[in-house]
Write a protein that binds this ligand. Sequence first.
Ligand SMILES: [Zn+2]
Length: 412
Amino acid sequence: MAMKTIALACSAFLAAFAGFGAAQADEITDVRFGEHAEYTRIVIETSEPVEFRAFTLSEPAARLVIAFDQASWGVRSLPTAAGRGVGSVGQFQFDDQASASRLVFSLNSPSMVRQTLSLDPNGGGYRTVVDIAPTSEATFQQTSGFPAPTRTLTDLLMEEVGVAYVPPSCEVVRVVIDPGHGGRDPGAVARFGGGHEKDVNLSAGLILRDLLLATGRYEVVMTRDRDVFVELDDRVRIARQADADLFISLHADSAGDNRSPAGATVYSLNPRAVSRARANAIREGDWVDASRPQEVSQILVDMQIANKEGESERFAEALRTEVGRTAPLWRDQPMRANFAVLTDAATPAVLFEMGFLTNRNDARRLNSEREQRRLMQSALAAIESHFARCGGGEPRSRYIADAGANTVASAR
Ligand SMILES: [Zn+2]
């Protein structure tokens, strides 16, 4: 048995360098396409059944990737291991240089994987079928990306090096509230009377703080609790030092001279912001442990980032749902952006644009304390539903600090 395994490994090794020779295990023997009204079908034939994953990537260019645990190229009609698709599929290429073998297809328009199938031979080889369908740019952005680390990886880590990744516990729920702008930075400037953005953000933030504390279930950290200027980097640092379970940045939008846009928007992190969070983690030396291989630390960082990304998305969804019950939404769909303030390496984070100060109705709403309270009640409901899994426990509300004021004081 061991001999056979070694022999197979050797033949795969040789095949990787020989290109296409005699038929062997997991050889791709055909790639073909079918154009249908609602989707494009890609069929890959192999000599043996194969394990695969199909996913799209949005950066640096729109692509579909079909990654095989192991495969070699053996399509005789395409000796350069490249070809051309149909419909939304442009050029494709077989890439055997990465740790896994991949077929990479360029996409001419935003698409998503609709279904995948593994079919037994029917006159030819085993068939891997991937159907892709057109989608909106927003959905494409939302559904694209390398698949998140899986449980298998956790198991592997445990077996290999005895390191387990434990998601943050929420025994004590700590929330950082970040009223945007402040001091010499007014944010969006009022044009219908009432306060500038910095005032609206602060007023809403203080209401949310008091609502959270009144439940007896939360600890709260403010990045500022008065009209002071706090650098973006300092806000990120406050999130980091707070070791919090959630970071919520409060803002009011501006559409410049356009008075039409109205309603609230909830942003979580886009792929660039996720990359920045990862870069922050590495720069800060997180999870670096001399007793561990570098790759393990790297994997733990990636798991932490994946958790942050997933929890941010989950909370954004809860907040959008709750706010949508009582207030207009500008975008009732997941929105992602590269906001610096969201890029602490670990804390799930969203940016809440509460409405447009450049819209007459929104401006009236945002400057009304009653309406601010209503909006923050929605935020409280979202936080409560997000942390419902944490269960009850002893009341433990505590107002920890107005970290922003401390920051400014220590910077002087
Ligand atoms: Zn703002």
